[in-house]
Write a protein that binds this ligand. Structure first.
Ligand code: SF4
Length: 327
């Protein structure tokens, strides 16, 4: 159930990197996040989808305090990120990453892995650690006998449960789930998704659920934001966006649900051209070289978000100010 209020808010968040162009080429800016504004309501699951390179992972890093935005602000439960340190952020936002094989240290035991955030941030007395770990194992459905096991002795699903326990031991309010089931067998994926939803209900968590797998997002998300080249091009309630996407890119992405192997990524369904070079993005609407609905206006003018159905669409087709030029 969704509580009232905002858990996480991004206002105009931009992240620009300088990319070297070789020995004599100097550097060029790469705008990985381009003026992102989003709100996560308390208790909801916001699905964030888009192709590799669209900025999803950069957004996760900014929200975890691993990267500073070049411009814009992030607020969690109404408080600004900028005035707090990593420990403050870690007690409010935690990540669950894609690959439990590489995200867990194979030389550590489950006990050591799960208590690592407590050690790093010094938030619980060490004599309490075993009790904390025991509680977390129960919470994520792992037997207590695994407390001294290493990740190499565990299945993929068990490892991801350890990763979830490690994230939750800091009692965060918001969890960034970055492709949390992509590395798992299909049979295990639904168990982990069900566990995440049970934990959300039990602990009142809010999830940003990042995935290229739209079938999974449709299953779990209450709202969806679609990213393309650093911008959110459409955001809407999940049922509306899956029934009737408005942005041409969102539409093409949804067609890709029918792909026989979702692990291959998002195919270019009804789209011309490849994903553009983000260092030299197309003019106007950056999607225009691939868009079946593009007009001359699209290569000239950058579209701005237009409110639609409890969300927004960033496309001239849906902007009343440009209806004449898009006909
Ligand atoms: Fe396509 Fe133009 Fe809309 Fe961009 S603004 S998505 S190019 S119709």
């Amino acid at each position: 159930m969704t509580e009232t209020g905002i858990a996480l808010e991004l206002s105009g968040v931009t992240k620009t990197y300088r990319i070297s162009q070789g020995l004599f080429g100097g550097s060029k800016p790469l705008r990985a996040l381009d003026n992102i504004s989003l709100q996560l309501r308390k208790g909801e699951v916001l699905g964030l989808v888009g192709e590799s390179g669209c900025g999803k992972s950069t957004l996760a890093k900014v929200l975890l305090g691993l990267e500073q935005p070049t411009n814009g602000e992030v607020h969690v439960y109404g408080q600004p990120f900028a005035s707090h340190d990593r420990k403050w952020i870690a007690r409010r936002i935690q990540p669950i990453f894609q690959d439990p094989y590489s995200s867990l240290n194979p030389r550590k035991t489950v006990r050591e892995i799960i208590t690592l955030p407590l050690r790093v941030h010094d938030v619980v007395e060490s004599r309490e650690w075993d009790k904390e770990v025991g509680g977390m194992l129960d919470l994520v459905g792992l037997p207590q006998r695994l407390i001294d096991a290493s990740p190499s002795q565990m299945s993929g699903g068990q490892r991801q449960r350890v990763a979830i326990a490690r994230a939750l031991i800091m009692r965060p309010k918001v969890v960034i789930c970055d492709e949390p089931t992509s590395a798992l067998d299909v049979s295990v994926q639904s168990q982990i998704l069900n566990l995440l939803m049970d934990l959300r209900d039990e602990l009142g968590l809010t999830y940003l659920f990042i995935s290229h797998n739209l079938a999974v997002v449709e299953h779990i998300a209450s709202r969806v934001a679609v990213m393309y080249l650093g911008r959110v091009v459409e955001q809407a309630p999940a049922d509306r966006i899956f029934d009737a996407p408005k942005h041409p890119y969102a539409s093409a992405l949804l067609d890709s649900i029918l792909t026989p192997d979702p692990s291959l990524g998002v195919p270019d369904v009804n789209m011309d051209g490849n994903f553009p070079n983000p260092v030299e993005p197309p003019s106007g609407c950056t999607f225009h070289p691939r868009c079946p609905s593009a007009t001359a206006l699209c290569s000239r003018k950058r579209p701005e978000p237009v409110d639609q159905d409890s969300g927004f669409v960033t496309c001239h087709l849906h902007d009343p100010a440009h209806q004449g030029e898009m006909a």
